[in-house]
Design a protein around this ligand. Structure first.
Ligand code: AMP
Length: 280
């Protein structure tokens, strides 16, 4: 696996690897890799001739007081994992390489980018859209792989790709969970045993709502109330949002349908976790 840290080196490495015309897959990450990330890499590897990944903890998508400085960084181990999965080239730039002095241009996605996590974390999706647009330009993939765990992020990026005519297919990949149901996240590393226990309330709440939908409940308000009951039963959980929205626009809906997004974000102590499911 080639490891590249400079933008111009990555551009020329990608140009060379692309020259033979194979489908070119890309998996952007912030590192601290787990099975969720690796599932994206495996899907890319199974579908594409060349696979690139990136590891970049993007300062632009963290707000003041958020966990940018503490965010887990496990670069050596990450490299071993990516290499073992057959990644061809890894892009791992420093922040100053991505945002040199004087860089001012950003990509914002008003509307969809201001909802759910975009509402709770102002500027977050501008940071995400900006870095992903830059990575797309640098890597030039045919397909890019993102987890459905970050469903709002996926909606924002789909809108950006449409609006800016990126000739890239975005592939959403299913959420990977631990055996107890907790969605894998690099931020799970912040949780102690009690915190991990509290974190399971997110999955329990979603499961309760999913069960109700499967037995015929369609009213968003009733479902949200039931989800809140489950979350409130765990005293270590502070809910940020519990929402039932259109998966494309992230606007609230009053009744659920196939493809509706049910999403939750909550704090366990200082750790903010998210989870969701799409109505079957
Ligand atoms: P991150 O490193 O948190 O920016 O995540 C990089 C990519 O991995 C994003 O597209 C995430 O949605 C995806 N991802 C993170 N956790 C999971 C998970 N548990 N299952 C599937 N994809 C995930």
């Amino acid at each position: 696996m080639q490891i590249v840290t400079k933008v111009t080196d990555m551009q020329s490495a990608c140009r060379k690897l692309r020259a033979n015309g194979v489908l070119w897959g890309f998996v952007p990450t912030m590192g601290a890799l787990h099975e969720g990330h690796l599932s994206l890499v495996r899907q890319a590897r199974s579908e594409c001739g060349v696979v690139a990944a990136s590891i970049f903890v993007n300062p632009l998508q963290f707000g003041p007081g958020e966990d940018f400085a503490q965010y887990p960084r496990t670069f050596e181990g990450d490299c071993r994992l990516l290499e073992a999965e057959g990644v061809d080239v890894l892009f791992a730039p420093e922040a100053a390489e991505m945002y040199p002095e004087g860089a001012v241009t950003t990509v914002s996605v008003p509307g969809v980018g201001d909802r759910l996590d975009g509402a709770s974390r102002p500027g977050h999706f501008t940071g995400v859209a900006t870095v992903v647009a830059k990575l797309f330009h640098i890597v030039g993939p045919g397909r890019a792989y993102f987890g459905e765990k970050d469903a709002a992020q996926l909606a924002v990026l789909r809108q950006m790709v449409r609006d800016l005519n990126f000739d890239i297919e975005l592939v959403g990949c299913a959420i990977v969970r631990d055996s107890d149901g907790l969605a894998l996240s690099s931020r799970n590393k912040y949780l102690d045993t009690a915190g991990r226990d509290h974190a399971l309330a997110l999955h329990r709440a979603l499961q309760q709502m999913e069960r109700m939908i499967m037995t015929g409940e369609r009213q968003a308000a009733t479902l949200i109330q039931a989800g809140f009951e489950v979350l409130k039963a765990s005293d270590g959980v502070r809910v940020d949002y519990l929402a039932i929205v259109d998966a494309k626009t992230l606007l609230p809906v009053t009744s659920v349908d196939t493809g509706t997004l049910v999403a939750v974000a909550a704090y366990i102590g200082a750790t903010r976790l998210i989870d969701n499911f799409l109505v079957a």
